[in-house]
Structures are given as structure tokens and as C-alpha cells.
Ligand binder design. Structure first.
Ligand code: AHG
Ligand code: MN
Ligand code: MN
Length: 337
């Protein structure tokens, strides 16, 4: 089986003028993933579970593993020298690598170092999400403008899922490929080439406990999912893990829709555009699916701040389109959204 490194190098040779910087950057992410994976796998044995005692910039409790993952991905990208700056869920401002090598780097990265923190203690799948852009600024230290690019400018995006096995799934805009970590040799091996999200899925994933706070269009779509209509495989089935990476990964393989809508309490939803919605949207589209905020294509939203939030509807194309249709038809009913 082909290793991740072999695969990236082979892809690079398809671009005769590529310098290898991007190959090294992806490789650095793979190395950090293995270190974080090692720690997650033995989490119950050491002193790594529980709260770190601080809040992150969005007022959410930081777990020790959030901090650990953030530090390791940051270190790998700083030491690798191919990344000029990082936006991370766990850091308020842009982290600029202002050393001689990184100042010349061509890329910037947005990341959610550990996604699904609420599942850490209970041994349920968690993940890491990353999004890579070519920087806009030339030379010198990177700046905010480099991160304020719409998702359609991503050069690569992906996630690592720390599940019953550990996988790295990524796209560079020519399809989606998945690699499974063989822990006995410490290598990611190409196990899921050219992943496609099936049409005709029957899974819907949403935190239905928030139902009373949902926009009318979402309430209507949930009713639609629950109606009896065997030709369209309805009623669908609900699966909701509470880790975006794990919920998306399952729907990518099985076919389905994931929704985190705006709510009366949080009109822009909970998920962050730069390091949750955009990378997942890029993967969804590259696998033949779709990603929307209910009204617009996620990848066309122009960001204005690092931690900006967006509603997210993503997965099988026809399912997202049906949900979007209901959102748009009911738009007038919810002035709050
Ligand atoms: P994070 O752990 O990075 O803060 O992300 C958690 C996110 C996402 O992974 C998940 O789908 C969602 O929060 C779950 O939120 P609810 O508990 O509100 O359903
Ligand atoms: Mn997250
Ligand atoms: Mn996180």
C-alpha cells in the first residue's frame, strides 16, 4: 500500500514546477498527527484528561488535550518552516512565525487542533481539522489579510479522525483521499482512494435538543426526514456524535447530511468558518457533496475575523439542496436569523 509521504511526493511530480514546500508542509501535519494520536490513545492512563483550567477566546473550557494538540501542531508547523502563520481555535490572535525561514514561507494554516473536546473523556472519536492557503503578503511576516481569504482559495484541507482507527483524509482540489494509520509501523497508508459521498444517503445529524431554537426551515426539514416515504429511504435515521469530524466522516462514507444551524441563542451557529466550516466544505465538494450556510455556498463567504461563526449544512448534495430549499422558503418567518 502507498504511504502518505509517497502519495504526496507522487502528486508533487505531477506539477513540474512545484518546489516541494507544500509536500513538506503536509508531511509536517502528518507527523504532528502521529504525536497527538499517541497521546490520545493512552489518554486514560496518564494525567492528560480533564480541564486545563483556562477558557479559550470563545469562552469555552480548554481541555488539557486541546492545549497539547495545539502546542504540537504549532511546533510542527513552526519547525517545518513552510508555514508563515497559524489561526487556531485555541489562540485569540494570529500566530505569526517571525523567524528567518518562516518569514519566507508561502503558506498559512487555519486549524482546530482538537475537535469534539466534549468526547475526550468518554473515549469517543475526536479529530483535528486543517485548512491551508497560499499567503497573499510577500516576504516579511504574514498578516491578517493572509487568513481573510474565502474558502474557495484553499489549496488544501483535511482532517485527522482519532477513531477506532486513526485516519487522515485530505484534498488538494483533485478529489479526496483517506489514509489509515498502521500503528505497528507508524505510517499512514492509502486505504480510501478517491472518496465519494454516496447519493441517496439516509442519515441526518443534528443536535435535536436545540429544536425549539431552530429556524422554521430547519424544523420543517427535520419533519421531512421523519416522514414515511420508502422510495426516498424515509424516515431517515439519526446519528449524532457531537464531533464534527466524526459525524462528517461517517456521512462521507455512508451518505447523509450534517446540520449545525443558527439558533435563537446563536444566530450564526456554533461552528467556526475558518477552521471548521471551510475545510469540511472543501472536502464535501471534492467528494461530490455540498456545503451551505442555508443560503450561500460556504466556500464563497468572505471572512472578516479569525473566529467568525457560520451555520453549516453539509453532506449529500440532494439532501443539502432540500434543506436549503426549506430554509429559503421560510426565510421571512425568522427575523432573528
Ligand atoms: P470543539 O470541540 O472544537 O469546540 O468543536 C465542537 C463542535 C463540533 O465538533 C460538534 O459537532 C459540535 O461542537 C457539537 O456541539 P453541540 O454539543 O452543541 O451539539
Ligand atoms: Mn471543533
Ligand atoms: Mn477544538
Amino acid at each position: 500500500m502507498k504511504t502518505l509521504t509517497e502519495f504526496i511526493i507522487q502528486r508533487q511530480s505531477e506539477f513540474p514546477y512545484a518546489s516541494g514546500d507544500f509536500t513538506r508542509l503536509l508531511n509536517d501535519i502528518g507527523i504532528a498527527a502521529k504525536i497527538v494520536n499517541r497521546e490520545i490513545n493512552k489518554a486514560g492512563l496518564g494525567n492528560i484528561l480533564g480541564s486545563a483550567g483556562d477558557m479559550n477566546v470563545q469562552g469555552e473550557e480548554q481541555k488539557k488535550l486541546d492545549v497539547f494538540a495545539n502546542e504540537h501542531f504549532k511546533a510542527a508547523l513552526r519547525n517545518g518552516g513552510q508555514c508563515a502563520a497559524i489561526a487556531s481555535e485555541e489562540e485569540e490572535g494570529l500566530i505569526i512565525f517571525d523567524n528567518e525561514i518562516s518569514r519566507k514561507a508561502k503558506y498559512v494554516v487555519a486549524m482546530d487542533p482538537l475537535d469534539g473536546s466534549s468526547n475526550i473523556e468518554v473515549n469517543v472519536s475526536i479529530g483535528t481539522i486543517f485548512s491551508i492557503y497560499r499567503r497573499i503578503s510577500q516576504d516579511g511576516p504574514a498578516c491578517m489579510e493572509d487568513l481573510m481569504q474565502p474558502g474557495n482559495r484553499q489549496v488544501a484541507a483535511g482532517y485527522i479522525i482519532y477513531g477506532s482507527s486513526t485516519m487522515l483524509v485530505y484534498t488538494t482540489g483533485t478529489g479526496v483521499n483517506g489514509f489509515t494509520l498502521d500503528p505497528s509501523v507508524g505510517l499512514f497508508l492509502l486505504s480510501h482512494p478517491q472518496m465519494r459521498i454516496p447519493e441517496g444517503g439516509n442519515i441526518y445529524s443534528i443536535n435535536e435538543a436545540n429544536y425549539i431554537y431552530f429556524p422554521e426551515g430547519v424544523k420543517e426539514y427535520i419533519k421531512y426526514c421523519q416522514q414515511d416515504d420508502p422510495p426516498t429511504r424515509r424516515p431517515y435515521t439519526t446519528r449524532y456524535i457531537g464531533s464534527l469530524v466524526a459525524d462528517f466522516h461517517r456521512n462521507l462514507i455512508r451518505g447523509g447530511i450534517y446540520i449545525y444551524p443558527g439558533t435563537l441563542k446563536q444566530p450564526s451557529g456554533k461552528l467556526r468558518l475558518l477552521y471548521e466550516c471551510n475545510p469540511i466544505a472543501f472536502l464535501a465538494e471534492q467528494a461530490g457533496g455540498k456545503a451551505s450556510d442555508g443560503f450561500r455556498r460556504i466556500l464563497d463567504i468572505k471572512p472578516y475575523e479569525l473566529h467568525q461563526r457560520s451555520p453549516l449544512f453539509t453532506g449529500t448534495q440532494s439532501m443539502v439542496e432540500t434543506a436549503e430549499g426549506m430554509m429559503q422558503a421560510d426565510a421571512g418567518h425568522d427575523e432573528q436569523f
